[in-house]
Design a protein around this ligand. Sequence first.
Ligand code: HEC
Ligand code: HEC
Length: 466
Amino acid sequence: MIKSRWFIATITVIGMVALFLSATIYRSPFDLGEWLASPYATWMLTQGKNPYPVRNLQIPPRQELSMMALLGKKIFFDASLSGSGKQSCASCHNPASAFAPDNNLSVQLGGDDLHHAGARAVPSLTYLYRQQNFSIGPDNPENESNNLQQAAALNALTARTQKNTRNTQTSAASMVPQGGLFWDGRVNTLQQQADGPLFNPAEMNAGNIATVAKKLNHAAYIGDFVQLFGSGVLRDPSLLVSEALFALARFQIEDTHFHSFSSKYDAWLQGKARFTDSETRGYAVFNNPAKGNCAACHLDQVTREGLPPLFTDNQYEALGVPRNSAIPANLDGQYYDMGLCGPYREDLKEQARFCGMFITPGLRNVATRKAFFHNGVYHTLEDVLNFYNFRDTAPQRIYAADTGGHIEKFNDLPQQKRTNVDVTDPPFNRKLGETPVMSNQDMRDVIAFLQTLNDGYASSGIAAKP
Ligand code: HEC
Ligand code: HEC
């Protein structure tokens, strides 16, 4: 009698626990596989907490700027160097907008009259401090074009592995283009980079080295050059300009406003913040290979060395984003911006496989951006998420129809280059008419998660505003 009562009580308790567990698992944004693989971590995640808080995240320490970096800062804000006399680096890379434009134009205006439109969206200058040189394959420290051609040949022979959030290690090791600055990686260092916008006719259009040197000679901060390099620098225009570019690079590397790691996500990584329910669900979708699969390319885990993630694997991909008629260059039907294979980058023109590939941008501060993708075709994160969700399942929502009513997918690439577009990595492996990977709620949640990547999250006092 007593025995059977105990038996019934035990069964009831077990039953209730099982019911509670299955309800928890069912209601959580994580699937059964994740629960079975790591029940503790998944439970903590459902609570909005980081299961494995990182105690000594490698965040660059705040320090006084060197004199070189301070000089670079003055140059960064100096509009007098431009051809128009009205545009500085900060005009397109505004510190108040994560060093990106504060208007929502797809491409910015520059040149002498400030009417000359650029051809690409302006990237944020945040989080470039650990950018690697451009290479094809990971172990190619050299970047001479000889080696690039060899590596490109090897790339042609290797099969591409599918990228999903569960195999980021394998894809990181493959022979693919990665690293570099600009959307096409055509320069490597911040110093090399700065002469691009300075002399670009659609940007600062500063003229030539002699004109810039002359303007520097008249700048209020010319004394800084003399103090740093001696008065000889005044008589050597190319040395003067090259030191100015070096100073600009030092500013971007030393000033932690460019990489403050002060987002809610950084606080969460350190166990000092909790996600809301929507952020938690968004994080789950972002990492789930059967849903967003975003983290396969936009890496979100702390590196083995304890470095905080930058939300990019730095690799190049052709996503086939729609053509943007707001870019004046696109009025010419024969003009195509094909990223790695030109027209701005010249050394890989012959590598047809790379046409249409652009670097995977980091997503820190992405929710502050007002133009998305290399051609700035979208202006809201909702549109970006729709692109990922519907490009293949309902392309009529993404691409305009031609006069005959035919939907032209990947219309920002010449016909014969469209086969380069990624159709293997989820969520791009879906077919026409299939159910999209994300629900409307999933997409809203991913956006809530992306907002945790904005710098300037101040709660709990660990991350002071920049
Ligand atoms: C008229 C707008 C404009 C101005 C002014 C401007 N830039 Fe840019 N910047 C751009 C555009 C557009 C790109 C992307 C170009 C590309 O990918 O081909 C870019 C890219 C960059 C990048 C590479 C970012 C990355 O993610 O790879 C850096 C660094 C940069 N600019 C620094 C500067 C500096 C320093 C100055 C001042 C000397 C400056 N820019 C002035 C528009 C501008
Ligand atoms: C296969 C790799 C890959 C996957 C998976 C992926 N992305 Fe991207 N992402 C890219 C590349 C490459 C670009 C730039 C493409 C271009 O400009 O042509 C990009 C651009 C973006 C941008 C625009 C950023 C900017 O500064 O313009 C956002 C936002 C973004 N991705 C979010 C996501 C989200 C959210 C997901 C998951 C739903 C996701 N990505 C999945 C590779 C990927």
